[in-house]
Design a binder for this molecule. Structure first.
Ligand code: ADP
Ligand code: ADP
Length: 237
């Protein structure tokens, strides 16, 4: 479903963050991307939806090469990729419900919609998602009233309401305590299984990856140094 071919990123500073990375992700597969700080994990995730522009190589989503798209086509394809961030990236002064709905409409469309009514079907879907993650009673609370774990649940709902084919998840638990981290990882992996969603989860906590995913990609100095079962990992990898 997703295929990276010789994906390379060299930043203007000369940092070679990715060196000709090849990676195949079948539909429905959840994989964890691990590796030390600076290995290129974040760059890899961001090159897929072109928040970072790859230097060379291709990113095939189905039979579309995302690296070749113009702005309008890229916006369309990005709707098929949900993103979940380390720092949640919620709009603090909007409610939980509004934050979830912003995923449905896109940011610009969302602000336009404030002057209109939201389609009832979107509101219904937002309630269903919030119910699934245990936050339906918080729908009218402002985002800045939530705990970190609750915020990340909202971030998950906002990504899922796009009905994406692929989730890009960048350090979802880096700002959370260990217990909440496990809950959030479990939730992401369960939701992917329920929806047949593929996901790439950038996570520096190897133990968490081992608990929840079947395939781990180890990245080091911009190259894949491990691809396989989490059980095959040694502590220094
Ligand atoms: P992390 O290791 O958690 O991904 P960093 O602290 O390395 O985060 O980077 C924080 C931000 O700074 C990111 O947006 C990253 O892209 C950017 N960044 C990291 N390294 C450099 C660098 N050498 N020059 C410019 N920006 C950088
Ligand atoms: P990770 O997510 O594994 O910590 P990153 O993808 O953030 O790794 O970084 C990979 C390499 O690219 C590092 O050497 C980092 O300093 C560099 N880098 C990341 N972002 C930038 C940036 N915006 N500008 C320049 N160098 C960057």
């Amino acid at each position: 479903m997703l295929k990276l071919q010789k994906l390379t990123k060299t930043y203007k500073t000369g940092d070679q963050a990715l060196k000709a990375v090849d990676l195949d992700v079948p539909s429905g597969q959840v994989l964890a991307l691990i590796g030390p700080s600076g290995a290129g994990k974040s760059t890899l995730i961001r090159c897929i939806n072109r928040l970072v522009e790859p230097t060379s190589g291709s990113v095939m989503l189905g039979d579309v090469d995302l690296t070749k798209l113009g702005a309008a086509a890229l916006r369309r394809e990005r709707r098929r990729m949900g993103m979940i961030f380390q720092e949640y990236a919620l709009v603090e002064r909007l409610t939980v419900m509004e934050n979830v709905l912003s995923g449905r409409l896109g940011y610009v469309g969302f602000w336009r919609s404030l002057t209109r009514r939201y389609p009832q079907s979107d509101v219904d879907e937002a309630f269903r998602l919030l119910d699934r993650v245990g936050l339906v009673h918080m729908a009218d609370k402002r985002a800045d009233e939530l705990s970190g774990g609750q915020r990340q649940r909202v971030g998950i709902c906002r990504a899922l309401i796009q009905n994406p084919a692929l989730l890009l998840v960048d350090e979802p638990t880096a700002s959370l305590d260990p217990k909440t981290s496990r809950q959030i990882m479990r939730l992401i992996c369960e939701l992917c299984a329920e929806r047949g969603l593929a996901a790439i989860i950038n996570i520096h906590d190897v133990a968490l990856a081992q608990m929840f995913v079947q395939r781990v990609i180890g990245l080091r100095f911009g190259e894949i140094v491990y691809d396989g079962s989490p059980n095959g990992l040694t502590p220094d990898k």
